[in-house]
Design a protein around this ligand. Sequence first.
Ligand code: IPT
Length: 429
Amino acid sequence: MKEQNMELVLPSKEQIEWADCEIGVIIHLDLVTFAKKNYNFRRHWKKPLSPDLFNPEYLNTDQWIEAAAKMGAKYAILVAKHCTGFCLWPTKAYDYSVATSPWKNGKGDIVRDFIDSCNKYGVKPGLYYSSYCNQYLKADNGRVLSNDKYEQERYNSIVIKQLTELWGNYGKLFEIWFDGGCLPVEEGGPDIVSLLHKLQPDANVFQGPEGTKSLLRWVGNEKAHAPENCSSIFNFKVMRETGTTEYDGSGDTHGDTWCPAESDRPNREAPSIQGGWFWQKGEEKYIVPPQELYEMYINSVGRNTNMLIGMGIDKNGLFPKEDVDQFNQFSKLIKENFTDELFSAEIKPDCISYLLKAPKNIKSKYVVLQEDISYGELVEEFIIFADSKEYYKGKIIGHKRIIPVSASEIEIKITKYKTSPKLKAIKLY
Ligand code: IPT
């Protein structure tokens, strides 16, 4: 086979570390948690919620992070400021935060507690900050509603001040989350890129501004459902030229930037407005069944993306018992299916064909394929033969593919590649 002559797009060290994590959690607790049902956290300009509402009396970040770590999450992202504008740390930029709430008489700092718990349980910490939406300061899509130039400048300087606090005062962050991205400087937004380079140059940045070293993209839905062949490479050039802001969930293996997809999903399927991210009283019945969560794992981690599961903290400041149960059962399913392999192929350099055999009278459930992505995403096409019949033709392997297949003998053939593929593992379960 002729090798094509092309420059390979490679991940940063941090992006490799990120892919190895596979599962993370994103934690929501805000004034919204204390608001009435169906409070629309994105469009409620008239009357911002009062900080007096915020008093999660038994708040215990160890309890959250322990549950996440036991479930298998290797990183956790705390939503430090969602669309209400209320901050979970005592920001000095304005008076709408834990510092002006009754919780701990205004002396608490949930971001600090969260980081300490992450360190305690060996979970990598990340922070979400919405620079796009703020009901307290009345801004949407990063623009102030008043459309006033000076208001916009004031808004931008508050964003920079708060990000300086978040990125400067709590140590190294593994991932930074921009929900919906951030308004570029050319369009009147704050200069986030230089601040990132200065304070958190090594962070993986979800929907971050172009020019950031380690970018991550959204998979395009909140169901943790990745497209079958999901490349870790994205084509920003085409996006710029066509002016489209639509997310092509599949990426483009011939694109220009390593920017893998993160597949997010709340752990509850709540019918409330954009529900499931925030805890609401009486919504236990909407907890996603562990089996369904497990299928999502196959369709996200098993399709070369990371799975990011939402955790809604309740009014007391705890991750509810029912949700902890769901996490435990979900991780049990992963362990049951993926602890002992039936067969593990010996990876040989330049080898593009592997035969896997299950022990006598046993049929496989899954085949797991992995490339060593430090060399890039090299495979362009592969075929799986199950008991000698062509069973599946795929395009992308990347960090991990999990393909359900029931057979006693499996053959894998790499039929197209950029340069000689560097595989990491081929296993049968
Ligand atoms: C949605 C944002 O528009 C998108 O850019 C991404 O950040 C996503 O959230 C993450 O879940 S908003 C949601 C209401 C679909």
